[in-house]
Design a protein around this ligand. Structure first.
Ligand SMILES: Nc1ncnc2c1ncn2[C@@H]1O[C@H](COP(=O)(O)OP(=O)(O)OP(=O)(O)O)[C@@H](O)[C@H]1O
Ligand SMILES: [Mg+2]
Length: 350
């Protein structure tokens, strides 16, 4: 038995879903070990993490939009890719340390899920950042493959299946069969764009400027992709765009649904493009297996109805959509050799 993968080994390998909104760390034995916002708080103008390096994740998220003048809360990933390498490395270092606390003395091997659309240069950068943050060896896997394995789709079999991952920064759509993607598309439209759409709708229709946190809260509390049995409303506060003074307003679920039309339409377009490109045999598999949705965007009520009405295919939202990719990365750790065709360790990148 390989010492490194034996149950008595002193090292525990880890899977990471390095997301625009949330980073999750999982292991084969423990499942999800850590699940925190991808946010780092630094002293303004520096890359020095506040609270002696502890201002990462949950603590830093609470500061978004309300930091004192000398502190800045940064989301180092944008559109699914690393916008700030140094800060991302700090985030990874802190999370890896936290996830291995009290455990192994040996550096872990790490499988990191990345958006399928990122460039070779960006792939190398993720490998380097993860190594510098404390990994012994890094393997990259494309998010849709990790999502597929995470929700138990038959990704190595001839049977075609389809997965849609709606995150904070990117939506990944893939039809999978025989150990690889048959078609795969990635678009930088996801949860963050839904929040932006809500902000601009409320500015236009209610003359009220709100922040991204309020927009996200509206989306999560009263947002929907299809009409609700009982429509809802919520009182929010913002700044009047004409009088420039704080003011309250009542926003309805119909308002939010209308605001979401544009980003949801863009996501739907990618799903339809993928389906149109799929070989006919695979298309007929999908009539049975349907579309599986993962990622936080899947939590929007009525998203399954929205997709089924417009594609004619059955649609299932995974029961725990936000952990699907991380669960998948941990499953690759079960047998890195068996799954080697899905994994890249950087040697294959030119
Ligand atoms: N109940 C909900 N309804 C609608 N959207 C939600 C809900 N809960 C979370 N979200 C959204 O899900 C998104 C985060 O999802 P997730 O954690 O899957 O993204 P991520 O993996 O960090 O991002 P990416 O994959 O794009 O890098 C956020 O935009 C958040 O607002
Ligand atoms: Mg994601």
């Amino acid at each position: 038995m390989d010492f490194l993968t034996s149950p008595f080994s002193l090292t525990e390998d880890l899977g990471i879903d390095l997301g625009t909104a949330n980073t999750l760390v999982a292991s084969e034995a423990k499942g999800i070990i850590l699940d925190e916002p991808s946010v780092v708080a630094v002293y303004k103008g520096t890359n020095e993490v506040i609270l002696d390096g502890l201002g990462v994740g949950i603590e830093a998220y609470a500061m978004l939009g309300k930091t004192p003048t000398n502190i800045e809360a940064i989301r180092p990933l944008k559109g699914g890719v690393i916008a700030d390498f140094e800060i991302t490395e700090k985030l990874l270092r802190y999370f890896l340390q936290k996830a291995t606390e009290g455990g192994s003395w040996r550096k872990p091997r790490v499988v990191v899920a990345v958006p399928s659309g990122i460039t070779t240069v960006e792939r190398r950068a993720v490998i380097n950042s993860t190594e510098r943050a404390g990994a012994r060896k890094v393997y990259l896997v494309d998010e849709p493959m990790a999502a597929g394995l995470g929700v138990d789709l038959p990704i190595t079999e001839a049977q075609g299946s389809m997965v849609v991952d709606i995150g904070g920064g990117t939506t990944e759509v893939a039809i999978l069969a025989l150990g690889g993607p048959v078609t795969i598309k990635s678009v930088k439209v996801a949860g963050d764009d839904c929040d932006e759409a809500i902000i601009s709708f409320i500015r236009k229709n209610h003359n009220l400027q709100i922040g991204p946190q309020t927009a996200e809260k509206l989306k999560k509390t009263i947002g929907s992709a299809a009409p609700l049995e009982t429509e809802k409303s919520m009182e929010i506060a913002g700044r009047d765009t004409l009088k420039l003074m704080p003011r309250k307003a009542v926003i309805t679920s119909e308002d939010v649904r209308e605001a979401l039309q544009e980003p949801l339409g863009q996501i739907l377009r990618v799903v339809l493009d993928c389906l149109e490109e799929a070989p006919p045999e695979i298309g007929s598999d999908l009539l049975e297996s349907g579309i599986t949705v993962v990622g936080g965007g899947g939590l929007l009520p009525g998203f399954d109805t929205f997709i089924t009405e417009r594609t004619g295919l059955p649609c299932t939202i995974d029961e725990d959509p936000m952990t699907a990719v991380a669960r998948g990365t941990a499953r690759f750790l079960e047998d890195l050799d068996l799954y080697s065709s899905f994994l890249s360790d950087g040697e294959d990148l030119n």
